[in-house]
Design a protein around this ligand. Structure first.
Ligand SMILES: NC(=O)c1ccc[n+]([C@@H]2O[C@H](COP(=O)([O-])OP(=O)(O)OC[C@H]3O[C@@H](n4cnc5c(N)ncnc54)[C@H](O)[C@@H]3O)[C@@H](O)[C@H]2O)c1
Length: 407
């Protein structure tokens, strides 16, 4: 079977590499020519544990080629971005629509079109099916559609691609069986075949569940601070209850999943959602809460803004993904209030994203009196001694010492 993976970002690239290393003929398609040039030159396009080794295995298999356009194939896997519209909060399906429209003119009769991108429940019906019909094709006779959402986590993607269970949403059981064979080239997890709409909703529910649970921890952090209580100790003790598992509070929620997907439900069901919307608001409010705490610490300790440094720009530890990151949300909030002058630094980020961004840990620390830990990269945990003479505001509960203040 020949497989065309459309979209070679954080999800599409490891998927294409795994399919090729697993024995299928794979063509990876992306519209970004610069990205394709890098891939053709054998370079990985983002940092991820195990990705270079997976790339080498795919290259050695000689099963993988790259193309800027879609090609005839038996199976198409679409892994393009799915943002939400900022005003209505509904899914913005434009990348999925464009990818499907690129596939349709070249796809042979009987091909499978599997969308891996996370989509709002009903998107395959409201967006993908009409595109197929308007191309004069018949879903089921000419083309078989599927939704196969991805649930891997940046930082452990290669392991999770192999070991996570998968959801395969289809119209006909036979399509499910074929896709089990396709993904079976690398997936050792259980593959459940269900309906398309169930697959769509399940994926969004998984991320919404995480968002709500993080919001609970974040709300606890805020009320414990108000009440003079130690939220981390309270969570540690409460979690000794056999049926309690409270997550860790933090400076906010970022990434292309948890901070995005619950909005699809808010956008489509505005008169029904309540808890989901509150969770989004609580988590989106955390960067501003961190700033309030920083401002208090500055006043209490006579620190001016040029002596404050924010450590970490990515949305989580040990990855280079900055999408929707709490630090960038915090930075925007500072800019809106005309507060500039603080330093920023992240060992994983090589591009300049903000004003006053430093590119070396020692240079960043030099002259700072207050370091705000926004991301628990391994680097900072391994270099706690360099922070000894500074005040540390640790929003990730990752360093300790007499000079450390927690969220
Ligand atoms: N990143 C994650 O951790 C994660 C986890 C699970 C699910 N998802 C979902 O997977 C989907 C993809 O996310 P991502 O993080 O890989 O995005 P990404 O931005 O890293 O990659 C998307 C790629 O698609 C390409 N692209 C866009 N339109 C195209 C088109 N018409 N034809 C060919 N290429 C096109 C872009 O150039 C880009 O390289 C999203 O729906 C996301 O919600 C992401």
């Amino acid at each position: 079977m020949k497989i065309n993976v459309v979209g070679l970002g954080y999800i599409g690239l490891p998927t294409a590499l795994s399919l090729a290393a697993g024995g299928w003929q794979v063509v990876g398609t992306d519209k970004n020519e610069a990205l394709l040039e890098k891939l053709k030159a054998g370079e990985v396009t983002f940092e991820e544990k195990g990705l270079p080794e997976l790339f080498a295995a795919a290259t050695n298999s000689r099963n993988l080629t790259f193309s800027t356009v879609c090609v005839p194939a038996d199976v198409y896997i679409v892994a393009v971005p799915t943002p939400y519209l900022k005003d209505s909060k509904r899914i913005d399906p434009r990348y999925v629509s464009a990818a499907v429209q690129d596939v349709l003119p070249v796809c042979p009769k009987g091909a499978i079109l599997a969308v891996e991108s996370t989509i709002a429940p009903g998107t395959m019906d409201s967006c993908v099916r009409p595109l197929i019909e308007s191309a004069g094709l018949d879903c089921g006779a000419d083309i078989h559609i599927a939704h196969v959402p991805e649930r891997i986590i940046p930082g452990n993607m290669v392991y999770e691609l192999t070991h996570n269970s998968r959801t395969i949403g289809v119209d006909e059981p036979q399509t499910g069986e074929t896709l089990k064979k396709v993904y079976g080239a690398f997936c050792k997890g259980y593959m459940v075949v269900t309906s398309i709409k169930t697959a769509e909703m399940t994926k969004v529910v998984e991320n919404t569940y995480r968002d709500i649970n993080i919001a609970f921890a974040n709300e606890l952090a805020r009320l414990c601070y108000r009440g003079g209580m130690d939220v981390n100790e309270i969570i540690r003790v409460a979690n000794m209850h056999p049926r309690v598992n409270i997550l860790s509070p933090g400076p906010g929620v970022g990434g292309h999943c948890i901070s995005v997907d619950p909005w699809f439900l808010v956008g489509d069901y505005p008169d029904v959602v309540n808890l989901i919307l509150q969770a989004r608001r609580i988590n989106d409010g955390m960067p501003a809460f961190v700033l309030e705490r920083v401002s208090e610490l500055m006043q209490q300790n006579g620190i001016n803004v040029s002596q404050v440094g924010f450590y970490g720009l990515t949305y989580k530890e040990n990855v280079d993904d900055v999408r929707e990151s709490p630090t960038l949300q915090l930075y925007d909030c500072m800019k809106r209030h005309l507060a500039t002058g603080a330093r920023f630094y992240d060992p994983m980020v090589k591009d300049t994203l903000v004003e006053n961004q430093y590119f070396g840990f020692d240079a960043f620390l030099d002259g700072l009196k207050l370091v705000v830990v926004m991301v628990s990269h391994d680097e900072i945990k391994a270099n706690v001694t360099k922070l000894q003479n500074k005040l540390i505001f640790d929003t990730r509960n990752c360093v300790s010492g007499a000079n450390v203040i927690k969220l």
